[in-house]
Design a protein around this ligand. Structure first.
Ligand code: BG6
Length: 509
């Protein structure tokens, strides 16, 4: 039977057509940093290679180094060759390189910003960038006030008529609720909220966007996506790398501020939110904000949270230093490299369902997943021995690597007796689709240039996330040292104990 129902909320444009950015230029502050080299420059090349940037696109680097345009070009080229996802093509590079410029200066140097304004004006004339400029602040937040003030002073922050100006900021968006508010005020003083694009690169990942497709495009998940059927949810972001070379950013910040406040709470929001009225940015944000506002840590925090710090030891056949021996970390550092917390989402759908979030460095392997673990069947009409090996049903969204979804359920072991054990049914991106997923930064940079804000958390979400985390951070601040754990383990013993108290165990992905 066919149906002629028409969705009244649908946008008349065909969203399957590739979206190509209009005339514009992108300025990167902090262009000599790691993020710029490993992620931003390669993503810009990849977008260009995919034909998603306009022919006259311009990229301007701003930094203190004494570089000419040619030096900058070489740095970009090396970064692209080393880190781009798509193959290097001379013709694409040549076109991109024609729009590369470098402006030398420090953030408090008025003349350098005037020079930047001149450079952008010239690019408007020569390359047709149309006065549309995005400013990417890949710099420590302490420098935001100076840079935004300079952009304002030199007239670069003001949009007029059709010409847009946008600012892109990277976390950390503060280190608690109060500082986040101050930071937002500084940025909003110069750029109106609709021109601020806060990067949470997890939202740029295909598998993360797929959470909404999975939940809201299908029939059979949603009816069981609630406290009647779900026992608990585990959200894990594990990394096997240590923190060598990152002390400047990480010491005093720690795992919870680094990734729970942003990536993991965004994953929770997408997993737990209600169906949005539409996929418009405003409707999506409204649902995310609602679910974050209903989320709080479950107490008592000494039983429902755990934090750890890796010690030196052996991992993957190599001897690795502990955090306190990594260069730049204070030997007294109480910075956690592992964090686990228990959250409750206080609404009708999720009442009584704990959400366990954990993250850590130097863990067993690199994996990010969302596991929705279901209650046991209310009755099992089998001999006890038949179900000894039956676990709980689970739906696991494999965010990375090995992107896909696993359903775990019990199945009879072939043979003459009734014996049931867990099996997995897998969907994997590699098998289902021929096209490789773009890098998160490709999608997000393109969205900035298109002025498409859906995948960027707004002020309100950032502040709500700090509200959730602040009580845990305050509690930990009084606890002294985090618990030690061996490299390659899955966190400290206290993390195991935290779940064991409730009769549950962490998954070993
Ligand atoms: C960043 C964190 O946001 O995400 C890093 O600051 C972390 O500490 C990184 O290593 C992980 O990103 P991905 O995409 O490799 O999971």
């Amino acid at each position: 039977m066919s149906t002629s129902w028409v969705n009244p909320l649908r946008d008349p444009r065909d969203k399957r057509l590739p979206r190509i950015a209009g005339p514009c230029g992108l300025v990167i502050f902090g262009v000599t940093g790691d993020l710029s080299r490993k992620k931003l420059m390669p993503a810009i090349y990849d977008l260009s290679n995919r034909g998603l940037l306009p022919p006259g696109f311009a990229l301007v680097g701003f930094a203190r180094r004494d570089w000419a345009d040619e030096d900058f070009m070489k740095v970009v080229k090396d970064a692209v060759r080393e880190h781009a996802r798509t193959p290097f093509r001379e013709a694409v590079w040549k076109q991109l390189a024609e729009g590369l410029r470098f402006v030398q200066g420090s953030f408090d140097d008025d003349a350098a910003f005037d020079q930047l304004a001149d450079t952008l004006k010239q690019l408007d004339d020569q390359r047709g960038t149309g006065g549309n400029h995005a400013f990417y602040l890949s710099i420590p937040p302490a420098a935001f006030p100076t840079v935004t003030r300079q952009l304002s002073r030199s007239g670069l922050a003001s949009a007029d008529g059709e010409r847009w100006r946008r600012v892109v900021i990277e976390k950390p968006f503060g280190h608690d609720l109060d500082s986040a508010r101050e930071l937002n005020a500084v940025v909003n003083d110069v750029f109106p909220e609709e021109s601020v694009f806060r990067i949470d690169h997890y939202l740029g990942k295909e598998t993360v966007q797929n959470v909404l497709a999975l939940r809201f495009a299908n029939t059979f998940f949603e009816p069981i996506w609630n406290a009647n059927y779900v026992d608990h949810v585990q959200i894990t972001m594990a990394e096997d790398i240590g923190l060598g070379g990152r002390a400047g950013y990480y010491d005093g910040i720690g795992a919870a501020r680094d990734v729970i406040q942003n990536h993991l709470l965004q994953l929770l929001a997408l997993t737990a939110m209600e169906e949005p009225v539409s996929f418009s940015p405003a409707d999506l944000r409204a649902e995310k904000a609602k679910v974050l506002a209903s989320t709080k840590p479950i107490e008592p925090l000494d039983e429902t949270t755990a934090r750890g710090q890796y010690v030196g030891g052996w991992q993957g056949g190599q001897q690795v230093p502990g955090l306190l021996e990594e260069g730049g970390f204070s030997p007294e550092s109480t910075t956690e490299t592992f964090a686990a917390i228990t959250l409750g989402v206080h609404n009708r759908r999720w009442a009584g369902v704990p959400f366990y979030l954990r993250t850590g460095k130097r863990l067993g392997r690199r994996v990010t997943e969302i596991a929705v673990v279901f209650k046991r069947a209310p009755h099992l009409p089998f001999d006890d021995t038949a179900t000894e090996e039956l676990g709980q049903n689970a739906l696991v969204i494999r965010v990375q690597p090995d992107e896909g979804i696993t359903m775990r359920f019990g199945s009879k072991i072939p043979g003459t007796s009734m014996e049931i054990r867990d099996v997995n049914m897998d969907f994997s991106y590699g098998h289902a689709f021929t096209e490789a997923s773009p890098e998160a930064y490709e999608r997000l940079i393109l969205d900035v240039l298109l002025g498409e804000p859906s995948l960027f958390p707004v002020n309100e979400e950032v502040e709500l996330s700090w509200k959730i985390l602040d009580p845990v951070l305050d509690f930990w601040a009084e606890q002294g040292k985090p618990d030690p754990y061996e490299p390659g383990a899955w966190g400290p013993d206290s993390a195991e104990a935290m779940l064991a108290r409730t009769g549950r165990t962490w998954r070993r992905p």
